[in-house]
Design a protein around this ligand. Structure first.
Ligand SMILES: *Cc1c(COP(=O)(O)O)cnc(C)c1O
Length: 227
């Protein structure tokens, strides 16, 4: 068993016990393996251990990996910041985008999604801790954003994504997720079935508060080194 396979298995166990503890259904939380900055061999190790959904943040890096891994049945998720001039390539090469932070980005993804492909799954990024440096819609803007994005063709609005300010305290980790989960549930739209909540550091808090996809990088692939 490779180290990555072991770490993957341990994260899956952690997810399962968090589901149990939160009295959630088994397998109601999916694992997105965040492989940004990691070499293809690492993705292959995770793939060979059963992982199929991978998340990338940097477009050029992701496109290179997709080319090299074209023979693998991978579902690719884009989770990074999006510049307008990158929307076409994202619309053409991914199944999911978690980081839609402006209306204009949603409109462009919708226009540029090739007709031969199934609709692009989208999450609206919500700036839940209202940090000036983090992108995303505010909670106040969310209902209007959902309304407008829902009407767009070629994309399928699935839910919301959040990256709260890092906290080590469990109760503090839970708070922003709870707030956002309740705000979405209050809109009474069953088609919004996705809560992309939680990373390596706050996985359990996110699951208690309704996460349906957790995005985990370093706990599977080790710490990232940026050059
Ligand atoms: C890098 C990244 C992750 C994974 O972070 P870890 O702490 O390594 O699990 C999750 N979500 C987003 C949006 C990221 O950019």
């Amino acid at each position: 068993m490779t180290l990555i396979a072991k770490k993957l298995s341990s994260i899956l166990h952690q997810i399962h016990s968090a589901e149990l503890q939160a009295q959630r259904k088994s397998d109601s939380v999916a694992l997105l393996a965040v492989s940004k900055t990691k070499p293809c061999i690492d993705l292959i190790r995770a793939y060979q251990a059963g992982q199929r959904h991978f998340g990338e943040s940097y477009l050029q890096e992701a496109l290179l990996k997709q080319k090299e891994l074209a023979n693998y049945q991978i579902t690719w998720h884009f989770i990074g910041p999006i510049q307008s001039n990158k929307t076409r390539a994202i619309a053409e090469h991914f199944a999911w985008v978690h980081s839609v932070d402006r209306l204009k980005i949603a409109q462009r993804l919708s226009e540029q999604r090739p007709a031969r492909m199934s609709p692009l799954n989208i999450c609206i990024q919500v700036n839940i801790s209202n940090e000036v440096t983090k992108s995303g819609f505010s909670l106040a803007e969310l209902p209007e954003a959902i309304k407008r994005i829902s009407f767009l063709p070629n994309i399928k609005l699935r839910g919301v994504m959040a990256i709260p300010q890092p906290e080590t305290d469990f109760a503090l980790q839970r708070m922003p997720y709870r707030q956002l989960y309740q705000a979405v549930k209050a809109l009474n739209k069953p088609e919004l079935d996705t809560f992309s909540f939680g990373m390596t550091g706050d996985l359990n808090a996110a699951i208690v508060e309704g996460a349906t996809i957790v995005r985990v990088g370093s706990a599977i692939f080790g710490a990232r080194v940026y050059k």
